[in-house]
Design a protein around this ligand. Structure first.
Ligand SMILES: Cc1cc2nc3c(=O)[nH]c(=O)nc-3n(C[C@H](O)[C@H](O)[C@H](O)COP(=O)(O)OP(=O)(O)OC[C@H]3O[C@@H](n4cnc5c(N)ncnc54)[C@H](O)[C@@H]3O)c2cc1C
Length: 457
């Protein structure tokens, strides 16, 4: 019987996990996960995400052990050390084949290439899959065979490919005959809001089920930060406790197989945005080197550290922006509309380099994901693929009145303003600010907007 090793990375699930599924078909499986602690810090990923990963691994281990598959949880410093550990594992256990699901940022790709070379030299088979995407990378191309740079035609073409692609998620592997005598565990747990996100695959599916029971309301509720109108699945998708393929398939089942309903669904579209940004990263790995997608875009940023600090702390004097940043700081998650508002505020109104904001988001978000975060920031700063036009600058005041009309969200996150009426809560008077200990606006909105338009045009 062949002995296979599955290297878990951003795919912490037993269901719809191609590497695990195929490895178990080929032979007895050993699973390993290796946390590269310093590398993760270098990639600016948050302690919250690390905490969720660790707890999700413990859940994954339970699921795997039920199938007689052991899971070793190891730690090291850098990607290079991960390779040493894998090589040791291969030698110690006479592994004949390694299975893993691909990751697309450049350091990960280079690491994997190095490993594949070593394994091939040793005569060990390597099997790689694309479990992080619902459609294989490279499948969706324009008529010239080039990758799409604009979302709408990408989505149209994505749907055409999806109609003919296998859409059924994979089942969990069958129970193994191997005997688990030892599983190494190196603890790397970190704090996160486990009251908001229960760890693991089962919790992710529970959340999906709960969300789908109200999915018809998503279109109307998704822009209102005071209501729980979105799925809250991003942390699970980011660590692979659930796959986008599973989400799309569950949505299709919700619509009883009606493809027209699936493809016309607003939530489905968001999942395709996730695929779009991944495809952009796969086609342009230089994005991981802090490059703008659109090299011709104007980059006119200033060294406005005061504004940046106020923004990070949720003390800009713009209630909706401060509420959003405090939501991020307190929970590790921020509502999508507010991600756009806070990003445009920092970048276009304060003229702070979008890379600073991108980094702070990564350092704080529990769902920090390079492709989606970079895509979101470059969209907002108009430097990205299909970015917002340069003159699109969301006004914090209008957005606040429109999407938090009663000031409910602000009241919850900026408690010093909770006694204000629904009109003044969006922009308190100087007197009210003084009385309540709330700062004056860190920028003059009208002047800042004018300056941004002049500089960016
Ligand atoms: C500046 C900025 C930074 C962002 N950084 C991240 C990030 O680090 N990680 C992350 O997962 N998302 C990021 N997003 C996208 C989006 O804000 C979150 O995915 C969403 O808010 C997560 O909440 P949810 O799971 O309830 O989303 P839902 O609305 O329920 O959407 C379902 C899923 O679709 C995907 N999705 C939704 N919107 C987008 C989008 N605009 N781009 C890509 N995928 C999307 C996510 O995987 C999400 O979980 C960012 C957006 C912006 C504007």
């Amino acid at each position: 019987m062949a002995k296979t090793l599955v290297w878990f990375r951003q795919d912490l699930r037993v269901r719809d996990n191609p590497a695990l599924y195929h490895a178990a078909k080929a032979g007895d499986v050993i699973g390993i996960y290796i946390e590269a602690k310093l590398q993760r810090q270098q990639h600016n990923e948050s302690p919250a995400k690390v905490g969720l990963i660790y707890d999700s691994l413990l859940e994954l281990r339970k699921e795997l052990n039920n199938l007689n598959i052991p899971l070793h949880i190891r730690t090291c410093d850098y990607f290079g050390d991960q390779l040493d550990l894998i090589q040791q594992m291969v030698k110690d256990n006479n592994i004949t084949a390694l299975y893993f699901n691909n990751e697309y940022p450049i350091n990960e790709l280079e690491r994997d290439e190095q490993l594949v070379k070593w394994l091939e030299d040793q005569g060990v088979e390597v099997h790689r899959y694309d479990g992080d995407l619902a459609l294989e990378p490279g499948l969706v191309k324009n008529k010239q065979g080039d990758p799409y740079k604009v979302f709408t035609p990408y989505k149209k073409s994505w749907i055409e490919k999806h109609k003919t692609a296998p859409v059924e998620p994979l089942l969990p592997p069958e129970s193994q005959s191997c005997y688990i005598n030892k599983q190494e565990t190196e603890n790397f747990s970190a704090e996160y809001r486990d009251d908001l996100w229960a760890a693991g695959e089962t919790a992710a599916h529970k959340q999906l089920k709960k969300f789908l029971s109200d999915v018809e309301d998503y279109r109307d509720k998704r822009d209102i930060p005071s209501v729980a109108g979105t799925s809250f699945l991003s942390p699970y998708l980011a660590i692979g406790a659930i796959s986008s393929k599973q989400c799309i398939h569950a949505l299709l089942e919700h619509y009883e197989g009606d493809e027209a309903k699936l493809y016309g669904d607003t939530w489905f579209s968001e999942l395709v945005w996730r695929e779009f940004y991944r495809q952009i990263l796969i086609d342009k790995p230089a994005l991981t080197k802090h490059k703008a997608f659109n090299q011709d875009a104007k980059e006119v940023w200033t060294d406005n550290r005061d504004a940046f600090e106020a923004w990070k702390d949720g003390k800009t004097g713009f209630p909706i922006i401060d509420a959003a940043m405090r939501q991020l700081n307190q929970t590790g998650w921020m509502h999508n509309r507010l991600r756009m508002n806070t990003a445009m505020f920092l970048n276009k109104l304060c003229l702070v380099d979008w890379r600073w904001g991108e980094k702070y988001f990564m350092q704080t978000l529990i769902d920090g994901d390079f492709a989606s975060n970079n895509g979101g920031w470059q969209w907002c700063s108009s430097t990205g693929a299909d970015g917002a036009p340069y003159f699109r600058i969301m006004s914090p005041l209008s957005q606040s009145k429109r999407f938090d009309p009663e000031g409910e969200f602000i009241r919850k996150l900026v408690p010093e303003l909770k006694g204000l009426d629904k009109k003044s809560i969006h922009n308190p008077t100087t007197e009210q600010r003084k009385d309540l200990g709330y700062p004056e606006p860190v920028i003059d909105y009208k002047e800042s907007r004018k300056r941004a338009l002049e500089l960016l045009s």
